[in-house]
Design a protein around this ligand. Structure first.
Ligand SMILES: O=C[C@H](O)COP(=O)(O)O
Length: 250
């Protein structure tokens, strides 16, 4: 039985005061980690103050990191820096980083390795563009991205990754993939993992859906066989909305 994982991704939003208001509003109301893992992925400057106030069940994630431990990489943040302040998760390979910040399958893979070396759980994003979906390339795209991201990991590490399937055309557009479309592609990603690592591993890996998830569609998405959680942008910013998402079972 895979434990659901719901993660908010604030992207580049909120002031420090807004971040604090959010954490005080939600920290004592998120579902127990016995039933769901709840994560908020915030901008770097707020991570420490969120960790300090995260409460019993909420966990904090970063939205990116470098794969190196230290060095002359102006403006970058090392994995060790994140763990040293109590961050537990890191989003890697988000399509916005692939499109705008030269993130490649190779750098994503290096970052996944670095995440495990430092005790961080990677949330690895994969997903196709609208053009790729319309030309029937969806499976090939997520296949390539998934295989590349997991390259060189041990079986135990593969079992612990979280993959977020985010069709680019559904991000921030209000145009959600249907629950069936999301389930179908996530099922395909699971088959890719099975091909490489066997059935037991594929059954253990948690795969989220991301792209215009909100309190109205979370239940239908989570009812699908292969969908184990959600990576949520816009609808994770408001405390009430975030709580509806992480408490979708309540
Ligand atoms: O990381 C989150 C995704 O990019 C989804 O964003 P969205 O929920 O605003 O569509």
């Amino acid at each position: 039985m895979r434990k659901p994982i719901i993660a908010g991704n604030w992207k580049m939003n909120k002031t420090r005061d807004e971040a604090l208001q959010f954490i005080y509003a939600v920290k004592d109301h998120v579902a127990s980690t016995d039933v769901v893992e709840s994560v908020v992925c915030a901008p770097f400057p707020y991570l420490r103050c969120l960790v300090k106030r995260q409460g019993a069940f909420l966990r904090v994630g970063a939205q990116n990191m470098h794969f190196k431990s230290a060095g002359a990489y102006t403006g970058e943040v090392a994995p060790e820096m994140l763990t040293s302040i109590g961050v537990s998760y890191v989003v890697l390979g988000h399509s916005e980083r692939r499109e705008m910040f030269n993130e490649t399958d190779e750098t994503v893979n290096k970052k996944v390795h670095a995440a495990f070396e430092n005790g961080l759980t990677p949330i690895i994003c994969v997903g196709e563009s609208l053009e790729q979906r319309e030309t029937g390339a969806t499976n090939a795209v997520v296949d390539t991205q998934t295989v590349a991201a997991l390259e060189g990991l041990t079986v135990e590490q593969v079992k612990r990754v979280v993959i977020a399937y985010e069709p680019i055309w559904a991000i921030g557009t209000g145009r959600t993939a249907t629950a069936e479309q999301a389930n179908e592609t996530i099922g395909y990603i699971r088959s890719v993992i099975e091909r490489a690592y066997g059935r037991e591993v594929a059954e253990a890996v948690r795969i989220q859906y991301g792209g215009s998830v909100n309190p109205s569609n979370i239940k239908e998405l989570m009812a699908q066989e292969h969908i184990d959680g959600a990576l949520v942008g816009g609808a994770s910013l408001d405390p009430k909305s975030f709580l509806s998402l992480v408490n979708y079972q309540g």
